[in-house]
Design a protein around this ligand. Structure first.
Ligand code: DOR
Ligand code: ZN
Length: 368
């Protein structure tokens, strides 16, 4: 197959940052995806409805309009102009779905207000210290009991960065250990809580989610489907392949591809595209995160094609996430063609640059 048309996808896990950085990365997502679940790990974190409303507005204000024509130029007929206007409204129609950052102090009222807002779709649980800007995260799930009960009652999803933070647990085992220590007890205590096990990276997580009830689902990133941990050390240390949860062994990558391409509605697309300036990655203490929004659907097409499962891409990318969140499926479409293109070595990022996934290399599928 050299061409595939699917319902426009959504990205159920995305870091957009803020300010000039937001303006730099947002077009890559808005050109591909209709909606995205926007992570709240800004500095300071997005902990209240008021902060989420302001952030949402900054995202809407940053949506691309500059390249859009609204006036006819010589040679345009009416249908060309309409087409330009449609493209414009298509871009402006990108909908940021906001999340609130769960803390030890999140109250029942916070959850009720979030539900009533309509634009906050979930709470994000970062164990304190687990990753970028997680120092205000949760120190103990017991402290969140009231908020978690309210979320369970109101059907408000909890998105979990499922890694323990204990320094004595090996970094490659932190997800697996989280399942037994925290995920299982959480679901025993709140059996009806809607939980998204974010960016799963292990066979253990894949099996756990597959056998959990329907209120438990998972997102999977393109990088965890495409690479194993060797990619961090090919010929030397590769800081641009460092993310959290960290890349795992090949057997885990294979297990992720299996569930992603299985047609199970419990697994859906979440790029976890996480831009950092090149200088912050190429450093003595480099930041975690890979930028993949520039090829956010194309990279998944590679994975699904290699697994002979292109026909399963649409469910994973465009249906199951919306269904889980109780949102309508998108109605417009995108087309991907099998055409090799080169990823630039660097992309402008505020007053710096970032190094995208596959920098200086190629991607096999292209969005038309
Ligand atoms: O690699 C990561 N980067 N993992 C996360 O959980 C956070 C993200 C970021 O915000 O940079
Ligand atoms: Zn993330």
């Amino acid at each position: 197959m050299h061409k595939i048309t699917i319902t426009r996808p959504d990205d159920w896990h995305l870091h957009l940052r803020d300010g000039e950085a937001l303006k730099a990365v947002l077009p890559d997502t808005a050109h591909r995806f209709a909606r995205a679940i926007v992570m709240p790990n800004l500095r300071p974190p997005v902990t209240t409805i008021a902060l989420a409303a302001e952030y949402r507005q900054r995202i809407l204000d940053a949506l691309p309009t500059a390249t859009v024509r609204t006036e006819p130029v010589e040679g345009d007929d009416l249908s060309t102009l309409r087409q330009a206007q449609c493209e414009r409204s298509g871009e402006l129609n990108f909908e940021p779905l906001m999340t609130l950052y769960l803390t030890d102090n999140t109250s029942i009222k916070d959850v009720e207000e979030a539900k009533a807002s309509g634009f906050v779709k979930a709470f994000k649980l970062y164990p304190a210290g687990a990753t970028t800007n997680s120092d205000s995260g949760v120190t103990s799930l017991d402290k969140c009991a009231a908020a978690l009960s309210a979320m369970e009652k109101l059907g408000m999803p909890l998105l979990v960065h499922a890694e323990v933070t204990d320094a004595d647990v090996d970094v490659f085992d932190r997800e697996k250990v989280f399942i037994d220590r925290h995920m299982k007890p959480l679901l025993v205590k709140y059996p009806a809580l809607k939980v998204v096990f974010e960016h799963i990276t292990t066979k253990d997580a894949a099996e756990f989610v597959a056998s959990a009830p329907a209120n438990v689902a998972a997102t999977i990133t393109p990088h965890h489907l495409l690479m194993n941990r060797n990619a961090m050390f090919t010929g030397g240390i590769r800081p641009h392949h460092y993310c959290l949860p960290i890349l795992k062994r090949e057997e885990h990558r294979v297990a992720l591809v299996k569930v992603a391409t299985s047609g199970s509605p419990k697994f859906f697309l979440g790029t976890d595209s996480a831009p950092h300036a090149k200088s912050a990655k190429e450093s003595a203490c480099g930041c975690a995160g890979m930028y993949s929004a520039h090829a956010g659907i194309e990279l998944y097409a590679e994975v699904f094609e290699t697994a002979n499962a292109l026909h399963k891409l649409e469910g994973f990318a465009s249906f199951y996430g919306a269904d889980f969140y109780g949102l309508p499926r998108n109605t417009d479409q995108i087309t991907l063609v099998k055409e090799v293109w080169s990823v630039p070595a660097e992309i402008a990022f505020a007053d710096e640059v970032l190094v995208p996934l596959r920098a200086g290399q190629t991607v096999a599928w292209k969005i038309v």
